[in-house]
Design a protein around this ligand. Structure first.
Ligand code: CP
Length: 366
């Protein structure tokens, strides 16, 4: 990617509202001279979000632009989710996803009832997820669920009549994480929204095992929507078959130039975006895969390259990178609140509660 040509507003720690170390791209990067089409977001009304494959590029772009407007605009006084109850049902540990969803709701004046630990529900007595789903219909307007089992989404939706947002199901998917990932990337480099000149295309590196890690899988699948800006994709993994039987055909069908290697040194100096993760819930416990690939301040990263990580991290991502301009991972986590707000407002059809300024932006540019 041609760094000279990429002049994007970046706010440093001293300027950004939460004093986050690392890069803090301005959300205005995504919305200046841009349109927001609420009618596209209207496709989400009443729908469950289970998989990245439900989304096309246009819908992800509108969600990201909506998130940028929410990040750049004070909207709490409009109470967009007033009267709505969101149920966060977490049957697997979480720091960011549950709390960012709950923060998103509370900052929009909705209410939250929460299962922070599934073991405190009737599952401890052998209750099925289907029966829990039947109960949740009466208690709230939308469910955000995380579970250790990949098929848990199928089980609960068999009886759920209110929308579900999949917040991570086993080794399956984590679609709102991928939205947060691409929201951060597009704020950092809005050129990737559209067709870009060859010299501006990026080499995307994935350090991890997409076939076994839901966040990496969802990120990779969403990246295919933005393939026109990707020069090359490299998957760096210690596993023999890191893509597995579903992702490999998807990459081939997308016509992406990709390679798989187990030696990060082959590519590190050429990568513009590095997405990494090591923790996955496999079988009945957390495992760390690909942890021998470590990045720290001394790693030979390309100037201008950014690192994303869904977090939590282990040794693979040194804290010595936190206060460098390679750190896009804190912005990635912080911006998740706004992406999740955009998704919640859209799913719950609360566009009419948005402040006039957002409607004006949307109308003026239609
Ligand atoms: N990124 C992510 O899913 O983090 P948590 O496990 O803390 O929710």
């Amino acid at each position: 990617m041609n760094q000279e040509k990429t002049k994007i507003d970046m706010k440093r720690a001293s300027e950004n509202p939460i004093d986050s170390p690392g890069l803090y791209p301005d959300p205005e990067n995504l919305i200046k001279e841009e349109s927001l089409d609420l009618s596209i977001l209207g496709k989400l009304v009443g729908s469950s979000t289970v998989s990245v494959n439900q989304f096309d590029k246009q819908l992800i772009l509108e969600l990201c632009k909506f998130a940028a407007l929410l990040e750049a605009t004070e909207i709490a006084s409009s109470h967009p989710l007033d009267g709505k109850i969101i149920i966060t049902a977490f049957f697997e540990a979480s720091t960011r996803t549950r709390l960012s969803f709950e923060s998103a709701v509370l900052r929009l004046d909705g209410k939250v009832i929460s299962i922070p630990d599934g073991r405190t529900t009737g599952t401890a007595k052998g209750e099925s997820l289907a029966d829990i789903g039947e109960m949740l219909n009466a208690y709230g307007d939308l469910v955000v669920m995380r579970h250790t089992r990949t098929d848990a989404v199928h089980d609960i939706t068999s009886k759920l009549r209110i929308p579900l947002i999949n917040a991570g199901n086993g080794t399956g998917e984590h679609p709102t994480q991928a939205m947060a990932d691409w929201y951060a990337i597009l704020k950092w480099n809005p050129k990737l929204k559209t067709d870009v000149a060859d010299e501006d295309k990026v080499h995307l590196g994935i350090l991890g095992t997409p076939g076994s890690m839901r966040a990496v899988r969802s990120f990779l699948e969403m990246s295919l929507l933005f393939k026109q800006g990707i020069r090359k994709m490299t998957i760096v993994s210690e596993m023999a078959d890191p893509l597995g039987p579903i992702l490999e055909p998807l990459l081939k069908k997308a016509g992406i130039d990709y390679q798989v290697t187990n030696d990060v040194r082959e590519v590190l100096g050429d990568l513009d975006i590095i997405y990494m993760n090591s923790i996955t819930f496999l079988g009945d416990s957390y495992k760390s895969l690909d942890a021998r690939f470590r990045l720290d301040r001394d790693s030979q990263l390309k100037p201008g390259a950014v690192v994303l990580h869904p977090l939590a991290r282990l040794d693979e991502l040194s804290t010595s990178l936190d206060d460098t301009d390679h750190n896009l991972y804190f912005t990635q986590a912080h911006g998740a609140v706004f992406v999740r707000q955009a998704l919640l407002i859209s799913t719950l059809n609360r566009f009419d509660r948005l402040p006039a300024s957002i409607h004006t932006t949307a109308e003026a540019i239609k």
